[in-house]
Design a protein around this ligand. Structure first.
Ligand code: GLA
Length: 786
């Protein structure tokens, strides 16, 4: 609810409140952002220094701009912290100071043009109209409160009321000053194959900046970040989380002032950005979203996950289970053919998969990544009956059909480029710099937009396609376009992309869109408004994925994180990991498979059949339950739990990157979010360890004439494997709060089916099911494991 009293505004969610105040000078102060407070308390929460200090400047109202906690600031008027807006007026003046003029409160969101935003049912918006103190330039600060999720959206609108153009060099979507000391910063950093690694660092006086310049939200640093107070854990501590509903170059900075206030701002990256706002024109910034909680990182994730599941991903997919895909890429690369695809589809179906995704390689000239991008007709040699016959046959097998496209790019070696070289972004005076042998198309041109829309809509209208994987495999460079100045190109490209996606998927809401950009190079809220899920990384090694998926989980729900089981050794890390681990980690998101199923041994096929059956049994929980991370485990282990909202059901992952030390280590299964007053049945998901894992150690148990690495043993290993880690027990939620002991890990002194044969890279899933009242509460009842 938004209420106003005596110049104070309060935006109150369920467990949070933001209080704003127009001060005597007309500047908008951020009085409070944190737990719920009464408006009558606001004057006491407001920081208001009585006297000026030393070199500070003082305005005509006796206020000291550099010492205020502001919700928006200017440049050149006494506040020496980083400004959120830089404008050049036609006479080269650049001072700007926006002062309160009026406000309005709207039900729902405040409509915006051309940019995606959170859906607004039950939301309220506060629009504060500000005016530049000396020039005809207006600024609207738009706050949208999503009370149920405790999320606030912020964006700005600049309106040129004058006759002369003004040049916008920097426009942030949000800015606020927070009091406090000793904040840390969490952000997600990386590169290709190593996306979204969470980094925690302590802040100090000065600016800490995170930004992308690649044209996309990028795999280098995600737009999401969080500030946290000292001592914050998963379930305790004040955290402020921020994100941007935008897919292009982004910028965020946290500046600790000499007075130990923290200025936080986020928006479009000002580097390479310069926007001319002509008379009467309006510029709208993307929407930033923020939340706060004193329930630690877990509380922040809870707010953001609920917000994204309810208000960001397309409505048609909000409560809808996602299919288990089998993707052709890691199985066959671009060497696809109707025969091999139908074989993969049939094998996939028999193993419980539901959707065949034909990845790269299906169109003419696409023998490798050097040619063919931009053209959309099928390769007649690979697909003699065309996509039509393939799709029909896949559907006849009982599988859905999905297709990979990469519409934003063109290879110079393509019919499209030969016909329209001008469609590509390249500078007339430079040799174009290529990425994966391709150029980006200039999406700002309407004929390019029409070409892409016609091609993709043509496929969707002609074929029974239920899923599209939309890829984008290069960074932006050579900024030049005949349609707009270079400083507007990167932003206009993203606006055009949104327009294209609207025109295609707005008319095909039932098609499941998965975004991809060389893996997770564009994992952001802007993309999620169109695509319910995003390919998190080309790196499907489960050990790497533990970090990537954990990183993303701070800010994005598992329903958005696409995860595939692939072959071992892994194609990028050469790491040999057990099949159960690959599944157990992928099951913490939207599950799929991406490997040559024909090469699997009978025992692995059986295991995969059991995996898909397990996933389907728990699918809604795994995709849309509440996600929790454990923060009490040593660095070599990871623990995630996904619980139903009523906490009666759960699936818990315990995983280890490597065996810490040999010796009698023990592990405890601990779920501190479970209902302590219920009784639960806890079971391990049955899994088996391949004989090959034991290598020559098998000689200890084999008859003397057989060797561990002999052919008969290898053949036996294709048909049999060892049960591991069996566990079953009834217990109260209190025991799970404390942490129950799991059976031992293998230590080389014998075998028992309850032993966890984990070694390096082992992992297991445990299901938790509340027992009907009266069952399982027997005083002193023992754990079946003992
Ligand atoms: C990118 C994607 C992969 C795959 C290939 C195909 O690298 O991230 O998943 O689709 O392109 O060329």
């Amino acid at each position: 609810m938004i209420d106003v009293q005596d110049g104070y505004f309060r935006l109150a969610g369920r467990e949070t409140a933001m209080v704003l105040h127009v001060n005597e000078s007309g500047r908008l102060e951020m009085v409070h952002y944190g737990g719920p407070v009464a408006l009558s308390d606001a004057p006491f929460l407001r920081f208001h220094p009585l006297l000026t200090y030393g070199t500070e400047l003082e305005d005509d109202q006796g206020n000291f701009p550099d010492h205020e906690t502001l919700a928006w600031s200017g440049l050149g008027r006494g506040d020496f912290r980083e400004p959120p807006l830089e404008v050049h007026f036609s006479d080269s003046a650049f001072t700007n100071e926006f002062l309160y003029d009026s406000h309005e409160i709207l039900e729902g969101t405040c409509p915006m043009k051309g940019l995606p935003s959170g859906r607004g049912e039950g939301a309220q918006s506060l629009v504060i109209h500000m005016k530049e103190a000396a020039r005809p330039l207006d600024l609207d600060l738009v706050f949208t409160l999503f009370p149920d999720e405790d999320v606030i959206g912020r964006r700005v609108r600049l309106i040129n009321r004058g006759e002369e153009p003004v040049v916008l060099d920097k426009v942030m979507s949000t800015m606020m000053d927070l009091p406090g000391r000793d904040y840390g910063l969490l952000n997600l950093t990386g590169t290709w194959n190593r996306e979204a690694h969470p980094v925690f660092r302590k802040l100090d006086v000065g600016r800490t900046v995170q930004a992308s310049l690649t044209g996309a939200s990028s795999n280098r640093v995600n737009p999401a970040f969080a500030l946290y107070e000292k001592g914050t854990g998963e379930d305790r501590g004040r955290v402020y989380g921020f994100n941007l509903i935008y897919s292009g170059n982004h910028y965020a900075s946290v500046e600790e002032s000499p007075h130990h206030f923290y200025r936080v701002q986020a928006g479009i990256n000002p580097e390479g950005f310069s926007w001319t706002l002509r008379a009467g024109e309006t510029f709208e910034s993307p929407q930033a979203v923020m939340t706060t909680t004193d329930r630690g990182f877990g509380g922040m994730s809870d707010h953001f996950h609920r917000f994204i599941n309810k208000r960001i991903i397309p409505e048609a997919w909000q409560d809808r289970d996602r299919p288990i895909a089998i993707n052709s890429w890691e199985a066959m690369g671009p060497r696809v053919s109707e025969g091999s695809l139908l074989k993969l589809a049939k094998e996939g179906r028999d193993l419980g998969m539901e959707l065949l995704v034909l990845d790269d390689g299906w169109f003419q000239g696409r023998e490798s990544d050097t040619a063919g991008l931009g053209d959309y007709s099928e390769d007649a040699k690979k697909l003699p009956g065309g996509l039509d016959r393939l799709a029909r046959k896949v559907r006849d097998l009982g599988m859905d059909f999905g297709l990979w496209v990469e519409p934003e790019s063109v290879n110079p070696d393509s019919d499209l480029y030969r016909a329209h070289p001008d469609y590509a972004i390249q500078s007339p005076d430079r040799t174009p710099i290529l990425g994966r042998h391709q150029l980006l198309l200039d999406l700002t041109r309407t004929e390019v937009q029409d070409y892409i829309v016609d091609q993709v809509n043509g496929l969707l209208d002609r074929l029974p396609i239920s899923y599209i994987k939309w890829d984008m495999n290069r960074h932006m460079a050579d900024f030049f376009s005949p349609t707009c100045p270079a400083g507007e190109l990167a932003h206009r490209y993203i606006l055009s992309l949104y327009r294209i996606l609207d025109r295609i998927f707005g008319t095909h809401p039932q098609v499941l869109l998965e975004m991809c950009s060389s893996g997770g190079n564009r994992f952001d809220l802007g993309m999620l408004v169109y695509a319910p899920q995003i390919w998190a990384s080309d790196d499907t090694d489960p050990v790497e994925r533990l970090t990537i998926q954990k990183g993303l989980s701070y800010f994005y729900p598992q329903s958005t994180i696409s995860c595939h089981v692939s072959a071992a050794p892994h194609s990028q890390t050469l790491r040999q990991t057990p099949l159960p681990t690959r599944f157990n980690v992928a099951a913490m998101g939207v599950l799929g498979y991406e490997l040559d199923l024909g090469r699997l041994s009978p025992v692995d096929k059986k295991a995969i059949q059991a995996q898909t059956a397990f996933y389907k049994d728990h699918r809604s929980l795994l995709q849309r339950g509440t996600f929790h991370r454990r923060d009490d485990l040593p660095d070599h282990q990871e623990g995630f739990a996904i619980l139903s909202p009523d906490r009666r059901e759960g699936v818990v992952l315990m995983a280890q990157r490597h065996l810490d030390h040999a010796g009698p280590a023990y592990d405890r299964l601990k779920v501190s979010q479970i209902d302590p007053d219920l009784s639960y049945m806890v079971r391990s998901r049955p899994q088996k360890c391949q004989l090959a894992r034991f290598g020559h150690l098998l000689n200890y148990v084999l008859p003397p004439y057989l060797k561990g690495d002999s052919l008969p043993v290898a053949i036996a290993g294709r048909h049999m494997a060892l049960d591991e880690g069996e566990f079953e027990g009834r217990m109260t939620g209190r025991a799970l709060h404390e942490g129950i002991f799991l059976p031992d890990q293998f230590k080389g002194s014998g075998y028992d089916k309850k032993l966890r044969l984990w070694g390096d890279y082992g992992a297991q899933l445990y299901t938790i099911q509340a027992l009907p009242e009266g069952e399982g509460e027997v005083e002193g009842e023992s754990n079946d494991n003992e």
